[in-house]
Design a protein. Structure first.
Length: 143
């Protein structure tokens, strides 16, 4: 156990965050997401919601300051709807760790899957809310 680091961050997740470079992405996937179908680097975080994981990750990882939307979420499929509490909870978890609310790009389902294929890793969580998936783009750590 390391002092000051959330116990939600497994050694594998910490190692992955450290290895990521500027512009690399990581998917925090809800429990319904087919992570193993889209990426060979899957990290398990069963039992944990995405908002607490965001709060644990963002003290250690800078969001990309060179893109307009460093955070992406899956858009609802036609005929379905989003729960606005999901995005609100994620923003609330991010606020203490970012200078301003990051702009969130909403991505349709199949393009989101393509982004997951290209991601550095997929973290499978215990998040049960539909459309809870989020992609974070890593930025440059200030000196």
């Amino acid at each position: 156990m390391l002092k000051g680091i959330s116990p939600l961050l497994s050694p594998e997740l910490l190692h992955t965050l450290c290895r990521m470079g500027h512009g690399d992405t990581i998917v925090l996937a809800d429990a319904h997401f087919p992570g193993d179908s889209f990426n060979s680097h899957v990290i398990r975080a069963d039992g944990h919601g995405i908002a607490p994981l965001l709060a644990a990750i963002l003290p250690w990882m800078v969001l990309d300051q060179y893109v307009d939307e460093p955070v992406e979420m899956m858009a609802a499929v036609a005929g379905d709807s989003l729960d606005p509490a999901v995005q609100a909870d994620y923003l609330a978890a991010m606020r203490p760790h970012v200078a301003q609310d990051p702009r969130i790009k909403m991505v349709d389902r199949f393009p989101f899957y393509e982004e997951a294929r290209k991601a550095f890793a997929v973290v499978m969580t215990g998040e049960l809310r539909k459309y809870g998936n989020v992609i974070l783009r890593k930025g440059v750590t200030p000196v």
